[in-house]
Design a binder for this molecule. Structure first.
Ligand code: NAD
Length: 474
């Protein structure tokens, strides 16, 4: 069993002040694989102090120096890609299909951000004024467990590019993945104090980051409920906040869609990352008159979604991350049944022969109405709800009838029609006929509207959230 009791503060691995521990469990077989010593408020304060001191010099580095650090971080992470993948599988249950995409994508963010730096005029003349973009200060980066390395890198790269120093509070459930990341960060040779990592619980270490007066900005990815706490806490010292929160995204199958292609696309967008993805399309909106044909297409496509041990190459759905998450997902499936939805595939309980881990059956509900709990709340597991619509206007109305607005999905053979519909969807991103394009080197933004969050990540949009313009008139 691995023992993790150190944070990374001021360029060194240091023992935790905290004494409380958390066991990390392999979700595939429920064995304890690591014991993490959780940090306390003092650890967080030490890291904030180191970041504050380092900001004095790092904030004045040239763009070329920052580009060099971004390159070094890319290289350090990329050099250990296979190790990252192995630990992601062991600790999280990640499957091959998603692991490489997530880890290689994480490293690539640093290269993309290098390019982005060339696109931003850090100093420009606006009328009489000289406008300078300045780093906001120490940034607290708080991240979830579902794509641990990717989420950290997606905040770290723009923060460093902007000239900020950071304290990272990763999910306590990703300690082994983060340990490896800390080693990569250490080997990259970024000056001490610029990047600090503190392991610990949200209401302890996270709380310190969101309330401490020396933290100027918090970038948070996680649940909407915690996001609201973060925002309330941050208000007291007027911290800048970026919030990347939950979703309940609609996937509209237009009546011109190729039904089998659409079914494949729906399952890929709905079950990605073991069903634990914020952007998953989980409300499947289908034309009323095509329901029976689409149900048949789903049943034809489902056998490809093989659940099992994520170390095996042909497995596309691994376990849920923890027992808590497993029970949560099971509870939602039962709730769907209790509220009158009908199971088309899957259901409560575990797939046969997979009782040793936190495996759940990929589930499709039909006869769902948009007011049911399974259509309104984020389940964060492989559970899809099929809802019928009468015409395009009805589809848009149902899609937008949600507290969330993270992502939209559209299946169509008519791109123009898909684009026109996308314009009407209340979401930060809409994907027409494609599952992923988030590492787009051009730096298109991602993020949510409504209760899916505030602000955008990637490219100049992400970078600008770590910068404050100052106008000087002379
Ligand atoms: P979570 O909200 O429980 O935790 C996220 C992080 O916040 C963790 O590091 C946690 O320790 C910390 N935290 C908890 N309480 C805190 C507090 N009081 N103050 C400060 N920090 C605190 O989320 P999770 O269960 O780790 O992740 C799943 C959620 O994340 C889902 O809702 C999912 O939709 C969301 N998510 C969103 C995106 C996005 O880009 N929009 C991406 C991935 C995940």
């Amino acid at each position: 069993m691995k023992v993790i009791k150190q944070h990374y503060i001021n360029g060194r691995f240091v023992d935790s002040h905290g004494t409380e521990t958390l066991d990390i469990v392999n979700p595939t077989n429920k064995t304890v694989i690591a014991r993490l010593t959780l940090g306390d408020e003092q650890d967080a304060r030490d890291a904030i102090g180191a970041a504050k001191a380092a900001f004095q010099t790092y904030s004045k580095t040239s763009i070329e120096e920052r580009k060099d650090y971004l390159q070094r971080l890319h290289d350090a992470i990329a050099a250990r890609t296979d190790e990252h993948i192995a630990v992601r599988t062991e600790e999280y249950g990640g499957v091959a299909r998603h692991n490489r995409f997530s880890i290689e994508g994480a490293a690539k963010i640093f290269l993309n951000m290098k390019k982005t730096l060339d696109e931003v005029p850090f100093v420009k003349k606006v009328g009489q004024a000289k406008v300078t973009l300045k780093p906001v200060g120490v940034a607290g980066l708080i991240t979830p467990w579902n794509s641990a390395i990717f989420m950290v890198c997606n905040k770290l790269a723009p923060a460093l590019a902007a000239g900020c120093t950071v304290v990272i509070k990763p999910s306590e459930l990703s300690a082994m993945q983060i340990q490896l990341l800390m080693e990569c960060i250490d080997s990259a040779g970024v000056p001490p104090g610029v990047i600090n990592v503190v392991n610990g619980l949200g209401h302890v270490v996270g709380n310190e980051l969101t309330t401490h007066p020396d933290v100027a900005k918090v970038s948070f990815t996680g649940s909407t409920i915690v996001g609201k706490t973060v925002m309330r806490n941050a208000a007291e010292t007027m911290k800048r906040v970026t919030l990347e929160l939950g979703g309940k995204s609609a996937h509209i199958i237009l009546d011109d869609a190729d039904i089998d292609q659409a079914a494949e696309f729906v399952l890929s967008a709905g079950f990605m990352n073991n069903g634990q993805a914020c952007i998953s399309g989980t409300r499947i909106l289908v034309p009323e008159h095509k329901l029976e044909a689409i149900k048949a297409a789903f049943l034809r496509a489902m056998p490809k979604w093989k659940v099992g041990n994520p170390t095996e190459d042909d497995i596309v759905l691994g376990p849920l991350v923890t027992e808590k998450q497993f029970n949560r997902v099971q509870g939602y499936i039962q709730k769907g049944i209790d509220e009158g939805a009908e199971i088309l595939a899957g259901g409560v309980g575990q797939p046969k022969g997979l009782e040793a881990g936190f495996f759940t059956k990929p589930t499709i509900f039909v006869n769902v109405t948009n007011d049911m709990t399974i259509a309104r709340e984020e389940i964060f597991g492989p559970v899809l709800s099929v809802i019928t619509y009468k015409d395009d206007g009805d589809a848009v109305r149902i899609a937008n009838d949600s507290a969330y607005g993270l992502q939209g999905w559209i299946s169509t053979t008519n791109l123009q029609r898909g684009q026109a519909l996308a314009d009407q969807i209340e979401a930060g991103v809409v994907m027409v006929n494609q599952v992923f394009n988030l590492f787009d080197e051009a730096g298109a933004p991602a993020g949510g509207v409504k209760q899916s969050g505030i602000g955008r990540e990637f490219g100049t949009y992400g970078l600008s959230s770590y910068l404050e313009p100052q106008a000087v008139f002379f």
